[in-house]
Design a protein around this ligand. Structure first.
Ligand SMILES: Nc1ncnc2c1ncn2[C@@H]1O[C@H](COP(=O)(O)OP(=O)(O)O)[C@@H](O)[C@H]1O
Ligand SMILES: [Mg+2]
Length: 333
């Protein structure tokens, strides 16, 4: 059975300088592939600059890939998408302030979208606007407000309502709470978790917060310098992290993992420049486990369900011999 969303060998190069004949290129994505099944949430984690937002923009059709393809239900989506195709994948951005038109009330914005995409007949538009406010837990009066009259958390709820208005097949959330006050992050996250549950949304959820990803996502991919270095079912990756980078991310959040992970703390070193061609493994200069082959051979992402790109993956005791793991659903964030 083919996946609902299929991402194949996506690469994105940005020209960041040089001349037309000798351009200087920055490689933001390096052959990224993954599948997302319908009704599931696919998480993407990794440090700032690893290419998460670039990936989100390619999935949403806002950035054209240099190579590779995105397909939905077996149909390849073009780099330049027609409105009907664009509607199917909607994005919630990190900063709701810059993603909403400051001159428009919520009602006008939603009306325009519902009309343009003919989502509901004219006589149902007002009712649909009210339903959307209800779905994102906002009072009806918010329909009369412009973004400037709303708080950051409220603006993000309106941005979520805008995405839902188009009844997309997939929602891409790019660090949807990272720009919000800590006090409102949990409520926006709870709203997203509830929507995922109630609407059976298919979602790509991007975050640098491991605890949040564990709570929300069914599958997870860990990115480093434009590549996926590990992916699999969330609990499997969290309980049996194989890549030293994933282990180092876990070690930074000790309560996530009961096993000793200190030997996986990252070495102090700069990430390689995304401008350079990289020979060998891009993580090796920060990797506590790197060996000779890591300098010469870039490890391929191998495995079927749990995939890892590493010459020296961590091995784990057989299932059943691990200590008690705090439950995902019961954890607070
Ligand atoms: N439009 C652009 N032009 C040039 N470089 C870019 C552009 N967008 C992103 N980059 C670069 O691509 C890399 C990945 O960026 P980004 O996708 O924003 O990462 P993340 O969202 O994980 O922080 C970074 O090195 C960033 O500087
Ligand atoms: Mg980003």
């Amino acid at each position: 059975m083919s996946a609902w969303l299929q991402v194949r060998d996506l690469s994105v190069d940005f020209r960041v300088g040089g001349s037309a004949r000798a351009p200087v290129m920055l490689r933001a994505l390096r052959s990224v592939s993954f599948d997302v099944a319908r009704g599931t949430v696919f998480g993407i984690v990794g440090e700032s600059g690893c290419g998460k937002s670039t990936l989100a923009r390619v999935l949403s059709g806002l950035t054209a890939p240099t190579a590779g393809a995105v397909s939905l239900e077996g149909v390849v989506l073009g780099a330049v998408r027609a409105p009907a195709q664009r509607r199917r994948i909607q994005m919630v951005f990190q900063d709701p302030g810059s993603s909403l038109n400051p001159a428009m009330t919520t009602r006008r914005m939603l009306q325009q979208l519902l009309r343009f995409h003919r989502i509901v007949p004219e006589e149902r538009i007002e009712q649909r606007c009210r339903e959307l406010m209800d779905q994102v837990r906002m009072p009806i009066e918010a329909l009369d407000k412009k973004p400037g009259a709303l708080s950051g958390g409220q603006r993000q709820r309106i941005a979520i309502a805008r995405a839902l208005a188009l009844e997309p097949d997939i929602l891409i959330a790019d660090e949807p709470t990272a720009a919000l006050d800590v006090s409102v992050q949990a409520s926006v996250l709870n709203l997203l978790a509830k929507l995922i549950h109630d609407l059976g949304m298919t979602m790509v959820f991007i975050s640098h917060d491991m605890a949040v990803v564990r709570r929300v996502c069914d599958h997870v991919a860990v990115m480093y310098l434009g590549r996926i270095v590990e992916s699999g079912a969330t609990e499997e990756v969290f309980l049996h992290p194989q890549h030293p980078y994933t282990n180092a991310l876990m070690a930074a959040v000790p309560r996530l993992h009961p096993l000793p992970v200190s030997e996986y703390r990252m070495l102090k070193a700069e990430q390689p420049s995304p401008l350079a061609d990289i020979t060998g493994c891009a993580f090796r200069n920060r990797c506590p486990k790197a060996g000779a082959s890591c300098a010469t051979d870039n490890p391929a992402l191998t495995g079927t369900n749990h995939r890892v790109a590493c010459h020296y993956p961590r091995t784990h005791p057989p299932v059943g011999e691990t200590a008690h793991i705090p439950g995902r659903s019961g954890d607070d964030i």
